[in-house]
Ligand binder design. Structure first.
Ligand code: AMP
Ligand code: GLY
Length: 428
């Protein structure tokens, strides 16, 4: 089979790595990919950007691609799945309509409310005055979110009313997020521990992947601004068997059923960002219509099932019937190595040393913000690498990942040193 992965980050490197392990995959094209996917086993980069839907479609037709898997949200929200399906090509992901679960926060919140799926109380505003009145009525802490896609940066968790009001002004009046912030969702602040719960959907059935947990703040102890994610581990001990069952019964299955009832059946990866309270009750923080980055890296390092086969089957309604996911029982920990300035404006072009070191079988260095320049691999984005390791327990996986990091360096490189500590604290 010929597989095409759309995207160029660490998540896509991990997707390509998992697909390449499938005996049925002869070649895994990655568009546009990065130096990690250029040199990977069975992998081949194609210089087509994720926004060039026509270019991707023409390539898939010409090459006779058997299965396309889409990494990032932008092409999904732009309708890549509808386009490929119209052309009779197999592609794993939600339709443009269904991708609104991520593409519009107000769509997602209205959907959750309509189908009685647990989430924070909220209101949607496009005018400043009623938004400010609502903030004053509800009090702080309170959360202000730009409605549209804002690369994970359109959320302000405000500890004071002033901070929330400032966020409303900057989104609605100063257009801090352009059209994405023309409407805002203002919602109740939820207490608890976050976890990422990602499932494969065939529109009727959801096959849960292992649980995982991201680290969104840039510095240790969850300090500093939010990022796309500074590290992740799998499994997440906060998702006990009982919590897992509640998430399936109260969130995932009602979401699939609700999407069908609303006439937009959901196929593809569905990522529920959850807040789990002390009693183990899960509520939805957000939906993503794709895998998480960096959650994918530890998740897929553990996956032993054939990802190509699962995604192919899930493209058919009900195709996941009787399927299960097999995992390496060992936990995995992934630590993001970020570039100078991240998550603000980042410096690019720093040479990365140590990529050719011998890391051993239980370590993978997934590339993200990298590119080749004059025969060297240099930084080209905020999250540069995700060093991911398996270990007999979480503490060993963590130690393995940090040991591997010692072999890598570039000017301005920084990383969190406490990835997976939440899991370790919970165990002790
Ligand atoms: P989102 O992009 O909606 O996932 O929000 C980014 C981050 O903001 C989440 O991962 C949470 O850490 C935090 N957050 C979002 N909504 C809430 C909420 N209602 N209560 C508490 N924290 C939240
Ligand atoms: N790691 C969070 C996300 O992918 O949205």
């Amino acid at each position: 089979m010929k597989v095409l992965i759309v995207g160029s980050g660490g998540r896509e490197h991990a997707l390509a790595y998992a697909c390449a392990k499938s005996p049925s995959a002869d070649v895994v094209f990655v568009a546009p990919g990065n130096p990690g996917t250029k040199n990977g086993h069975k992998m081949q980069n194609v210089p087509i950007g994720v926004d060039d839907l026509d270019g991707l479609l023409n390539f898939a037709k010409k090459e006779g691609i058997d299965l396309t898997i889409v990494g990032p949200e932008a092409p999904l929200v732009a309708g890549i799945v509808d386009k490929f399906k119209e052309a009779g090509l197999k592609i794993f992901g939600p339709s443009k309509q269904a991708a609104q679960l991520e593409g519009s926060k107000s769509f997602a919140k209205d959907f959750l409310k309509r189908h009685h799926i647990p989430t924070a109380a909220f209101e949607v505003f496009s005018e400043v005055t009623p938004a400010v009145e609502y903030i004053k009525k509800m009090g702080a802490p309170i959360v202000v979110k730009a409605d549209g896609l804002a690369a994970g940066k359109g959320v302000v968790v405000a500890m004071t009313e002033d901070e929330a009001i400032k966020a409303v002004h900057s989104m609605l009046e100063d257009n801090a997020f352009g059209d994405a912030g023309a409407r805002v969702v203002i919602e109740e602040f939820m207490q608890g521990e976050e976890a990422s719960f990602i499932v494969l959907c065939d529109s009727v059935r959801a096959l849960p992947l292992a649980s995982s947990q991201d680290h969104k703040r840039v510095y240790d102890h969850d300090m500093g601004p939010n990022t796309g994610g500074m590290g992740a581990y799998s499994p997440a001990p906060v998702v006990t068997d009982a919590v897992h069952q509640r998430v399936m019964d109260e969130i995932i299955n009602p979401t699939l059923q609700g999407m069908r009832e609303d006439g937009m059946p959901y196929t593809g990866f569905l990522y529920a960002g959850l807040m789990i309270d002390k009693e183990g009750a899960p509520r939805v923080v957000e939906f993503n219509c794709r895998m998480g980055d960096p959650e994918t890296q530890p998740l897929l390092m553990r996956l032993q099932s054939d990802l190509v086969s699962l995604c192919s089957k899930a493209c058919t309604e009900g195709g996941l019937e009787g399927e299960t996911c097999w995992y390496d029982p060992r936990p995995a920990v992934g630590v993001v190595l970020a570039a100078h300035g991240y998550p603000g404006s980042v410096r690019k072009g720093d040479e990365i040393h140590g990529l050719d070191a011998d890391f051993g079988d239980d370590v993978m260095v997934f590339q993200a913000g990298t590119k080749e320049q004059d025969g060297k691999v240099v930084t080209s984005g905020g999250r540069v690498l995700c060093v991911t390791a398996l270990g007999d327990d979480i503490s060993k996986a963590k130690a393995r990942a940090y040991e591997a990091i010692k072999k890598i360096n570039f000017d301005g490189m920084f990383f969190r040193s406490d990835i997976a500590d939440k899991a370790l604290n919970r165990q002790s």
